[in-house]
Design a protein around this ligand. Structure first.
Ligand SMILES: CC1=C(CCC(=O)O)c2cc3nc(cc4[nH]c(cc5[nH]c(cc1n2)c(C)c5CCC(=O)O)c(CCC(=O)O)c4C)C(CCC(=O)O)=C3C
Ligand SMILES: [Fe+2]
Length: 359
């Protein structure tokens, strides 16, 4: 039987999102507390949520992932309860830790629904975990699973999704189109501080994009031209964020008379608001306006390979904690660290207590 000892639970840690119109403003307040985001941007983002009935898709996607992970663990004979808590909306991390404590959990692994290194995608989660643990006496000990951007269970579904999206393009564009790999923009200073040596956010995304391009070439015999592009910029205009924006990029492709584009949302594990608004709504509208054939590749979601990756990461880490040397599944580059190095993904507003790292 696969052995998860010394762990007695898995905690799925996510961003959270509103579920009804009345939730939208309080949710945005939670997300932006103490951040320098202009009111106009908040109103705009509020409208994105209202446009979908005030409901983000993210919580339902996490419910589906939770069920899929439970099913996969049970089918594999791994006896491990799975819990779910969010940074910014109900179920909040602290409430989930209470639930875990009541269930007798003492030491759990945490899977964060963000695959890459950055303050927003890693350390901020670690800080919020520290805050939640500080609020809950007797909370379980938590260890964070390694970054999985270069795990085959994350990459393989993305390759298939890219091939499927290419097949949606009209015949001529299918061969001569471009791939636009999209992720969440962050301030360039945040990228510079990502990972132990800096710039890990962009480097990890470029590694994923290059790997997908290679594997698509293996399948099609064609190496597609590609670019890493960004969505969801916020913050004041004078602060530089990662560019180009996906819409500007599509316009540039049209100007260069490229026949079509497949947008591959490698920065997101499921169809978050950024995917259904920034890509399916806004970028698609841009493409229609300029007459550029456009298709959007699916995210990992509950692809069985992605779900099995979670089990693989759990069993790998459990074995390592038991002192065993295990082979770590990885497609390119070394597997990421288990414990974040000191200073990794520094908080732009100064150091705060954080779990699962050397500092
Ligand atoms: C790197 C990154 C990820 C990927 C890693 C991860 O997945 O965590 C991510 C995910 C998400 N971001 C989300 C929503 C928002 N992010 C905001 C603001 C910001 N995000 C940032 C970065 C990231 N964000 C940054 C640098 C800001 C500026 C303020 C700050 O420094 O924090 C704002 C405020 C308004 C605005 O500025 O847009 C909102 C509403 C949702 C929920 C979506 C849904 O409902 O489906 C998800 C999954
Ligand atoms: Fe965000």
């Amino acid at each position: 039987m696969p052995d998860p000892t010394p762990y007695d639970a898995l905690l799925l840690v996510s961003f959270g999102g509103p579920e009804k119109p009345e939730d939208v403003v309080p949710f945005l307040r939670n997300v932006t507390a103490g951040k320098d985001i202009p009111d106009a941007r908040l109103e705009e983002v509020g409208e994105h949520y209202y446009g979908f009935g005030g409901r983000s898709p993210i919580n339902d996607q996490n419910r589906a992932l939770l069920e899929a992970i439970r099913g996969d663990l049970a089918a594999s004979g791994v006896d491990l309860p799975v819990f779910w808590g969010n940074r910014n909306w109900d179920p909040y991390l602290a409430d989930t830790l209470v639930e875990m404590r009541e269930a007798g959990v003492t030491r759990a692994l945490a899977l964060v629904t963000s695959a890459y290194s950055s303050y927003s995608g890693c350390r901020q989660y670690r800080e919020n975990l520290a805050g939640a643990v500080a609020e809950v006496p007797g909370a379980p000990q938590l260890d964070k699973l390694r970054h999985y951007y270069n795990h085959p269970g994350f990459i393989e579904p993305m390759v298939d999704a890219t091939l499927a999206a290419l097949a949606e393009l009209p015949e001529d564009a299918r061969r001569s189109g471009h791939l636009a790999f999209v992720t969440h923009s962050i301030p360039t200073s945040m990228d510079a501080a990502s990972g132990p040596e800096g710039h890990a956010y962009v480097a990890q995304h470029r590694l994923v994009a290059a790997e997908v391009v290679d594997r698509v070439r293996e399948e099609t015999g064609h190496r597609y031209p590609w670019e890493l592009v960004f969505c969801s910029r916020s913050g004041p205009p004078h602060v530089p964020w990662l560019e180009p924006d996906v819409n500007d990029h599509l316009r540039g492709l049209r100007d260069a008379e490229v026949a079509g584009a497949v947008v591959v949302p490698i920065g997101f594990v499921s169809d978050h608001m950024e995917v259904i608004y920034d890509l399916d709504t806004e970028a698609r509208a841009t493409a229609e306006e300029i007459g550029l054939p456009f298709a959007r590749a699916a995210t990992a979601g509950v692809d069985p390979r992605f779900v099995a990756m979670v089990r693989d990461l759990v069993l790998e880490r459990a074995a390592q904690e038991r002192g065993q040397v295990v082979e770590q599944a990885v497609v390119s580059g070394p597997p990421s660290w288990n414990v974040c190095p000191a200073g990794c993904c520094a908080n732009p507003r100064g150091p705060r207590p954080a779990l699962c790292g050397q500092d």
